[in-house]
Ligand binder design. Structure first.
Ligand SMILES: [Fe+2]
Ligand SMILES: [Fe+2]
Length: 320
């Protein structure tokens, strides 16, 4: 019989309690998340909804001002300016980031690393969508799915403060090993916790499905909607992999090495081999033609990814 020790039981009930005690997303936020950025009056709808929630309005304006380059311009921001400046594509992701911040303000380095990882996966996933336009993936769904993919880990970290170190005692190095370590320590894994949290928060189904399947490599692909989910999950899995890959690389590569002839091509080749082994060989439905574009994009965009991630973390007040 699979017995759960007292610690596991305590941990899993602490995690479930944490989900149960979370406030629902403010109604303005849940209404914003289901708006379609393609609607002609999307920005007007955002404006009217945001006006109903003064705290949210203020934070939106602050966020827009922080991402604005000129401080003179930043002073003049009104809610309308802020919304126009952020633009329809960014609004939903900012809304989600701000709401997430309310529940998971980082308290230590593990929390902070998880924030960096979540924002980074979202930035990488958005870049991947941009270089594969004929797949017609909706970048805002991918971005939100990516931002929230490890939300279950936020819960585990908060409900079980010693959780990260207990889980790491199992020395995991692959997603499957991480899920296993979480099961051993907490009796539940972050995929299940994340999916439950999305349901509790009434997050749109397309995003919840991504969270619930982000470590699934055996998704069915017969029906059209199954194929679409598989494609979305493909992007998240590649972005997730690359974010971990980046964290294990030196942040600054000396100029003389970077400018060496063939350096970039070599990096692309190494990444392509690893990606093919870890992800692209495991049930991905990404068209063959993208398999060389993906590693190239990720290596060429490396610096932009780090800069964009930094800007978002800064606007959220998460930069040290
Ligand atoms: Fe995960
Ligand atoms: Fe992840």
């Amino acid at each position: 019989m699979n017995s759960i020790g007292p610690n596991k039981q305590q941990y899993s009930s602490a995690i479930n309690n944490k989900i149960g005690s979370l406030p629902l997303l403010p109604s303005v936020v849940s209404q914003l998340l289901v708006l379609s950025p393609d609607d002609d009056d999307f920005l007007d709808q955002v404006y009217h909804l945001a006006r109903q929630d003064p705290t949210f309005s203020i934070r939106l304006v602050q966020y827009a001002a922080k991402t604005c380059k000129s401080s003179q311009m930043a002073e003049k921001f009104s809610l309308k300016h802020a919304i126009a400046r952020l633009g329809s594509r960014q609004i939903a992701s900012i809304v989600a980031s701000l709401s997430l911040m309310d529940s998971f303000e980082p308290r230590n380095q593990s929390d902070r690393n998880l924030w960096v990882h979540s924002v980074q996966v979202a930035v990488i996933a958005k870049k991947l969508v941009e270089v594969m336009p004929d797949l017609h993936l909706e970048s805002e769904i991918i971005y939100l799915g990516a931002l929230l993919h490890d939300i279950g880990r936020f819960f585990i970290f908060q409900a079980v403060p010693e959780g990260p170190s207990r889980i790491d005692e199992n020395r995991w190095s692959t997603p499957a090993a991480l899920l296993d370590a979480e099961m051993k320590t907490c009796g539940i894994d972050h995929v299940r916790v994340g999916a439950d949290a999305c349901v509790h928060w009434e997050i749109p189904k397309a995003i919840t499905d991504i969270v619930a399947n982000h470590h699934n490599y055996n998704l069915p692909t017969d029906a059209l909607d199954e194929r679409l989910l598989r494609l979305r999950v493909d992007i998240i899995q590649i972005a997730d992999f690359y974010s971990v890959y980046l964290m294990n690389q030196p942040v600054m590569v000396p100029d003389e090495i970077e400018q060496e002839e063939g350096y970039e091509e070599k990096q692309i080749e190494i990444l392509a081999t690893e990606l093919a082994e870890v992800i692209l060989s495991t049930g991905s439905v990404l068209p063959e033609k993208y398999r060389s574009i993906i590693p190239r994009t990720l290596i060429v965009q490396r610096k932009n990814i780090l800069v964009e991630t930094g800007k978002i973390l800064d606007a959220l007040g998460l930069q040290e």
